[in-house]
Design a binder for this molecule. Structure first.
Ligand SMILES: Nc1nc2c(ncn2[C@@H]2O[C@H](COP(=O)(O)OP(=O)(O)OP(=O)(O)O)[C@@H](O)[C@H]2O)c(=O)[nH]1
Ligand SMILES: [Mg+2]
Length: 360
């Protein structure tokens, strides 16, 4: 599962990608040609893991991770080939982080004179809408040629008509409600605006505290209308935070008047947009967060750790995170009756602390 970072050129995508993942991909290429997608994984910040680590002092701490793909900026004037490459890179991603520029550094060239993140959002999103519209039309024509459409094609056609209506209103396909049969009929088609999107506004240094940036009201309204979480960051501030040791960070954030680094918010929003939650395991050796899709059963979750545990599953011993912290240890939680034994079809809850019982 990859999260594609998209946007116009020189908005700070690669800078943010490096900060998120610890990669060192080249930045400031200024509209260079023939560039490839950068791939790297980022840890998902998790305060629960931090608290458990303080409490249990394990040898190893493992955060959940998600992979980011830093996609070269789309220059609207770059021509068909670049556009096609861009769209195919977007297709490879399961969710999108759309970065727009709201920092005003004149030493960093930009394709426009004026900063206008709303225009930039609409421009890139417009390309995705166009690609989806082209696919809708191709499919509809193909079905129309068919004198006797199969039942799936009838469902596909009704889904496509709903899609067409949304696209004409410049709304993303993620906002369209389909029946189960319609969903199944278009499932394998590679639409782009069905992908969940997080909007990241890369701002000047004062913006994260004030929440104000050029066009901020309109951009917020756009995000809301599109069901996209919005995160305001300053890549400059994030870069500074990254070089500090943890104690200084807290103070620095307080001085700036912000509660947590923007990067963490980006990763968390991207993680949630993929429909992922975490279950936790706690031991002397390791405290760890395991990513699973929302709705995953205990047996399937066990399989994330090892296929043997899934196969030989007996019960999942589950303690709520808050109960665990209050009790202070698994033994104490058990004594207080806070540990439940759940069956294979139990639906896992975000933050469950789990110990799987199994035999092989
Ligand atoms: N002043 C300032 N400069 C920034 C900020 N974010 C990025 N930059 C600079 O902007 C330039 C372009 O940043 P990149 O991260 O390479 O931009 P990009 O979006 O990856 O650009 P393309 O790969 O060409 O699409 C670099 O020189 C960065 O140092 C910021 O928040 N403030
Ligand atoms: Mg770049």
């Amino acid at each position: 599962m990859k999260i594609g970072i998209i946007g116009l050129p020189t908005v700070g995508k690669t800078t943010l990608f490096n900060l998120l993942t610890g990669a060192s991909a080249e930045t400031g290429m200024f509209f260079g040609e023939d560039r490839e997608v950068n791939l790297h994984k980022a840890p998902v910040p998790d305060e629960r893991i931090d608290q458990l680590t303080t409490l249990c002092n394990p040898k190893k701490v493992t955060y959940a991770k998600i992979e980011f793909a830093d996609i070269p900026g789309l220059n609207p004037d770059a021509g068909k080939e670049a556009n096609r490459k861009f769209l195919s890179d977007v297709q490879d991603a399961e969710a999108l982080v759309h970065v727009v520029r709201a920092f005003s550094d004149p030493s960093v060239p930009f394709i426009y004179e004026e900063l206008n993140p709303l225009r930039d959002l609409e421009q890139i999103h417009g390309e995705l809408l166009l690609a989806d519209m082209a696919l809708v039309e191709t499919r509809l024509e193909r079905i129309a040629e068919n004198k006797k459409p199969r039942p799936e094609e009838v469902y596909e056609q009704s889904a496509l008509k709903k899609y067409q209506a949304a696209l004409e209103e410049e709304m993303p396909l993620s906002a369209v409600e389909l029946t189960e049969q319609e969903k199944a009929a278009v499932y394998s088609l590679s639409f782009l605006t069905v992908k969940p999107m997080v909007i990241v506004v890369n701002c000047d240094e004062d913006a994260p505290a004030s929440g104000e940036f050029p066009q901020s009201q309109k951009v917020r309204a756009y995000a809301e209308a599109h069901g996209a979480p919005l995160v305001v960051v300053s890549a400059k501030i994030e870069a500074e935070i990254n070089t500090m040791d943890p104690d200084d960070r807290v103070e620095f954030l307080q001085e700036l008047g912000i509660d947590e680094p923007g990067l963490g918010k980006v990763t968390k929003a991207a993680y949630a947009s993929l429909g992922l939650i975490s279950f936790l395991t706690v031991g002397k050796d390791e405290v760890r967060a395991w990513p699973i899709k929302q709705g995953t059963t205990a047996r399937k979750a066990a399989g994330k750790i090892h296929s043997d545990i899934e196969r030989g599953f007996i019960r999942a011993e589950v303690v709520k995170f808050t109960d665990f912290i209050a009790a202070g240890s698994i033994e104490e939680a058990q004594k207080q009756g806070l540990a439940r034994l759940e069956p294979a079809d139990y639906i896992m809850v975000d933050g469950d602390i789990v110990n799987f019982r199994f035999n092989v």
